[in-house]
Design a protein around this ligand. Structure first.
Ligand code: ADP
Ligand code: MG
Length: 238
């Protein structure tokens, strides 16, 4: 069955709470990182021994877990980081090209069939460049993670009276209705061990702030289409 949802969720206060917690955790985490690094340096200066190599291995475990924690707290703080935002008139096609530039290595490595179909009228909206990049990076990265080698990802931009719409379609694994009902919640992920579950909740928050909307269509085993609708830039400036 073909399922469609128009997303009108509460981007929960959970997101804001999470950012607060991340902020508090960041300092002790930095201290653990520094101390474990110092321990490793000290050990490196000891003569070679069984205990030295065993301790080194354990400390490396600590360092790598700390570094994973720091990735998570940095992403969480993306929610809270509102200060360095600068709004400008942006051509969405250009932002999509920026993002595809970041992902270029992936495309080559994965032999993905990438189909682009950009609006001819420049789809200009008012936003912060970094945030808009983040929106598309999250959606496109998910598409890459959903497909097999040789899969197809189609990206299109369109303009209308209301504004700009951007569609990202993949023929990957698709989603169950259970997954679709939690999609935009912070920390919801089906990628055990590799996902943070933060991409779409951040994306959702940014789109809402821009006065836009995000729709999802998905069919398990068939693929997924995300459509982002954003209001025209000029109108937003008033
Ligand atoms: P993450 O990618 O870290 O898991 P996201 O917030 O980006 O977190 O996505 C949440 C979940 O939504 C994913 O774990 C996945 O189950 C589902 N999802 C998102 N995009 C797609 C897609 N294009 N195809 C299939 N599932 C998707
Ligand atoms: Mg993701």
């Amino acid at each position: 069955a073909f399922r469609e949802i128009e997303h009108t969720h509460k981007l929960s206060s959970i997101g804001r709470l999470a950012a607060g917690v991340a902020h508090e955790i960041n300092n002790p985490l930095a201290i653990i990182n520094e101390k474990a690094g110092l321990m490793k340096d000290l050990l490196d200066r000891e003569p070679e021994s069984e205990i030295r190599s065993r301790l080194t291995k354990q400390i490396e475990g600590v360092l790598s877990s700390v570094s994973r924690c720091r990735v998570i707290t940095h992403r969480l703080l993306g929610f809270a980081r509102r200060m360095d935002v600068s709004i400008e008139q942006l051509d969405v096609n250009e932002v999509l090209r920026d993002v595809l530039g970041f992902l270029e290595k992936e495309v080559i490595k994965r032999s993905v069939d990438l189909r682009l179909d950009f609006a001819e009228v420049a789809p200009v909206i008012a936003s912060d460049r970094g945030q808009l990049q983040q929106v598309f990076l999250n959606i496109i990265a998910n598409a890459f993670e959903a497909i097999q080698d040789g899969g197809i990802i189609s990206i299109a931009s369109r303009t209308s009276d209301e504004g700009v719409s951007i569609t990202v379609q993949d023929n990957g694994c698709g989603m169950s209705s259970e997954t679709m009902s939690h999609l935009f919640e912070p920390f919801f992920t089906t990628k055990k061990g590799t996902g943070t579950g933060l991409g779409l909740s951040i994306t959702y928050g940014i789109i809402r702030k821009l006065g836009g909307r995000i729709d999802v269509q998905s069919e398990e085993g068939q693929g997924t289409t995300f459509t982002v609708h954003l209001p025209w830039g000029k109108r937003q400036e008033q």
